[in-house]
Design a binder for this molecule. Structure first.
Ligand SMILES: NC(=O)c1ccc[n+]([C@@H]2O[C@H](COP(=O)([O-])OP(=O)(O)OC[C@H]3O[C@@H](n4cnc5c(N)ncnc54)[C@H](O)[C@@H]3O)[C@@H](O)[C@H]2O)c1
Ligand SMILES: [Zn+2]
Length: 395
């Protein structure tokens, strides 16, 4: 190593620091009143999971829940790492997709796990995207009235969105995520190297939630996204780790403040920026894979900003800045993303169903600018309709 003009001591120190940065994960502490845990973010955490978990599991036994795709790609190295540290684990593999969050699938899985045999101190490890996270979290919360839970999220969306907040959920006949519990993990291992096998489209979907975090209350994060967005969509691990850390830290701040009720009153509700429009778009495309949640959110962010401009809350130049960031990366940034013309009335009816409407007014998360979201309970439906028509909807 050529240290140039540096002393050998200083040069060595810099090398050690660089190695450390490579092997030491970033950490986001989540401190809730009843429970504290950490989100660890870095490369190769799945292979090293045994080493991270051995000191904190109450018993060296675990059941791993994962889906077929993740099982093929990442389960062997998790199992090997657990075995190396003497943790006995048995894997349960569910089919890929939202269908695995059904009550039927849950019942089958929990029976299989009970047949296999578990004790109160056996840990449930969820290895996979948000579907596996929601399912395994609910299994952990309900198995023997609650066993320890470890989350290993493997999609960008689940690393930034499900790692913090403790929400678990199943779908019922009446709708998505209607059954569930708040249940906190012992630790979350967000492995950036796992995201290398993710389809670019899935990275785009997760990235929308990161941009959302910046828009809500972290203008520095949005500016960081403008500089590093392309690296994230290309799957570069260092940029991914940094983005996940910033987004998790942001969400942790919101969740912790909300718990203590010290947040600028709107608290968790702000996390729904872009989601009213997003959910209406998802409902139109019937959750059949044509439109991913994050893609819908990406369009939703643009629409929420456009509505904020129309209502006179947000300067037009901020809308332009948001749009140009999304479009530069090839992200969905408007209704022109779709091959069909959508109906404004259909979207509004869907939004009204999604939330309470009072006197013809809808509640929305709006922007005063980048990094300044607020909730408003009195947006006239007519204004929303006008904006949607301007954006290219038919009546
Ligand atoms: N609990 C929460 O706070 C929370 C937050 C956001 C979303 N969710 C839920 O999460 C779900 C969506 O999550 P998602 O987008 O992660 O979907 P997902 O779990 O279905 O994963 C998407 C696809 O990626 C595959 N996959 C996962 N990891 C991979 C990897 N490393 N490499 C290659 N392929 C991989 C999966 O097999 C699947 O086909 C929804 O059910 C939603 O309700 C929950
Ligand atoms: Zn979301």
């Amino acid at each position: 190593m050529d240290c140039g003009d540096d002393t050998i001591d200083h040069g060595t120190h810099r090398i050690v620091e660089a190695l450390d940065a490579h092997t030491q994960p970033l950490r986001v502490p989540v401190r809730l009143e009843s429970h504290q845990y950490e989100v660890l973010i870095g490369t190769d955490l799945i292979s090293r999971a045994g080493a991270w978990l051995a000191p904190i599991l109450p018993q060296k036994r675990a059941v791993v829940i994962t889906d077929e795709t993740v099982a093929r790609l990442h389960l062997p190295r998790l199992m090997a790492g657990l075995e190396e540290t003497g943790i006995q684990a048995k894997a349960f593999v569910v089919p890929v997709g939202e269908e695995s969050k059904s009550l039927t699938r849950y019942a089958g899985l929990i029976n299989e796990i009970l047949d296999h045999g578990v004790e109160r101190r056996t840990t449930v490890i969820g290895l996979g995207g948000g579907v596996v996270g929601d399912l395994s979290g609910f299994v952990a919360s309900s198995l023997l009235r609650g066993v320890p839970f470890v989350q290993i999220p493997t999609t960008l969306l689940s690393q930034v969105d499900s790692s913090v907040g403790g929400k678990t959920g199943l779908n019922a006949r009446a709708g998505k995520n209607l059954v569930g519990a708040f249940y906190q993990p012992q630790i979350v291992l967000a492995d950036s190297s796992a995201l290398a096998t993710l389809a670019r489209r899935e990275r785009v979907a997760g990235y929308a939630e990161i941009v959302k975090a910046g828009l809500i209350a972290d203008p520095e994060l949005f500016a960081w996204c403008e500089r590093h967005g392309a690296e994230i969509l290309n799957g570069e691990p260092a940029a991914l780790a940094e983005a996940v850390k910033r987004a998790c830290a942001f969400k942790a701040r919101v969740v912790m403040d909300d718990e203590k009720e010290t947040a600028a009153q709107d608290g968790r509700a702000l996390l729904n920026l872009g989601h009213s429009f997003g959910h209406a778009l998802e409902a139109h495309f019937k959750y059949d894979g044509r439109l991913l949640h994050g893609e819908a959110v990406s369009v939703g962010l643009h629409l929420a900003a456009a509505l904020s401009v129309a209502l006179g809350h947000c300067p037009e130049e901020d809308l332009v800045r948001i749009d140009s960031h999304l479009r530069k990366l090839g992200m969905p940034a408007g209704l022109d993303w779709f091959d069909e013309t959508l109906s404004a009335d259909e979207l509004i009816t869907s939004m009204a169903r999604d939330k309470k409407v009072q006197d013809g007014k809808l509640s929305f998360v709006l922007l005063r600018g980048i990094g300044q979201a607020f909730t408003s309970r009195d947006v006239e439906m007519d204004t929303v309709r006008d904006v949607l028509m301007q954006e290219g909807c038919a009546l």
